[in-house]
Design a protein around this ligand. Structure first.
Ligand code: R5P
Length: 314
């Protein structure tokens, strides 16, 4: 088995390959002067992609990641089908079709927050992208997806995997929190899993988003006086959600506040803003970010193993 990656998820692909004890190869990626992308599977990778199942690790973020993922899947499919005909007539032009054997592992699924049609006429973006990718692989592994329901009924099996066990272990070892807080109802399941692993208290806030930059947190009575609290969410983007939650915690007497998430998007100077509100910021390497301290490889490996069982590839 082999792990391959393009330009946007190499660290996670490396962690996955190390976890599974498989080889990891990089697909060639470049950009033309007009910004369009180019990908090519190097000659020396062709045999390994044809001889065994392949796991492509790639993000659908930023937008260029969607195109790159699609192009890499297209090229892997062609190589496995034996469609190698090329204008320069390099190498064999055609080989036998080696059949199914392509999994796509998506550490960060861009557009996951547009998982519903909130107003008439909107695209359900997450669904549109998932359908496109599912048409070119045999199974998808998604890592801490914002709202898993959006991938229900896809044409290929989906393994939903999560780094919450590793996030809990990391927090316990580095912060030793007394209290875990979910900043809104959407993160309750994830955050309560972390609280259960650590065996500490748990609660959540009621969040109302006014717009992309304005959030109101309804403060409820939290028993956080003199306590170390870790706020756990699936992603941190502008940091607004965490900053407001940290304010609510400080006003109720928390002595130390940490923020932990799977996906560190950290848009528009978020880390600089966050460190004025919290004592520590902890993320995985699903996206390239300066707070990458939680390993994501083990969770991806659990997803890959699950799909190998479902597809009977063992
Ligand atoms: C929303 O429901 C998500 O789980 C996150 O809480 C949110 O996307 C974080 O965004 P920001 O950091 O911009 O507040």
């Amino acid at each position: 088995m082999v792990v391959v990656s393009g330009s946007n998820a190499r660290p996670m692909a490396g962690q996955l390959a190390a976890e599974l004890g498989w080889a990891h190869h990089s697909i060639e990626t470049r950009r033309f002067p007009d910004t369009e992308g180019y990908i090519r599977i190097p000659d020396e990778m062709i045999d390994s992609i044809r001889e065994q199942p392949v796991v492509l690790v790639s993000n659908t973020f930023p937008d260029s990641g969607i195109i790159e993922t699609l192009l890499m899947l297209e090229a892997i499919n062609d190589v496995r089908k034996g469609n190698l005909a090329n204008l320069r007539e390099i190498g064999p032009q055609e080989l036998a079709d080696v059949g199914p054997g392509i999994l796509l592992a998506i550490p960060y699924f861009g557009y996951s927050r547009q998982d519903k049609r909130f107003r008439p006429g909107e695209a359900v973006s997450a669904r549109a992208i998932a359908n496109l990718l599912a048409s070119r692989c045999d199974g998808i592994i998604v890592f801490d997806l914002h709202a898993p329901q959006v991938l229900e009924g896809l044409s290929v099996p989906v393994a939903y995997t999560s780094a919450m066990p590793e996030l809990a272990k990391h927090l316990q070892e580095s912060v030793n929190p007394d209290f875990i807080l979910s900043p809104d109802k959407g993160a309750i399941e994830r955050a309560s899993e972390v609280a259960n692993e650590i065996q500490c208290q748990f609660s959540y806030l009621e969040k109302t988003r006014i717009d992309a930059h304005t959030i109101v947190h309804k403060a409820k009575d939290l028993d956080v006086e003199g306590k170390i609290v870790a706020i756990v969410d699936d992603m941190i983007a502008t940091g607004g959600t965490i900053c407001r939650a940290a304010d609510a915690l400080r006003s109720q007497g928390a002595t130390e506040v940490h923020a932990a998430c799977s996906h560190g998007l950290f848009t528009g100077g978020a880390v600089a803003r966050l460190i004025r509100y919290v004592d520590g910021v902890h993320a995985t390497s699903s996206l390239k970010n300066p707070q990458d301290v939680i390993p994501g490889g083990p969770a991806l490996a659990r997803g890959v193993n699950e799909l190998f069982e479902v597809l009977n590839w063992n």
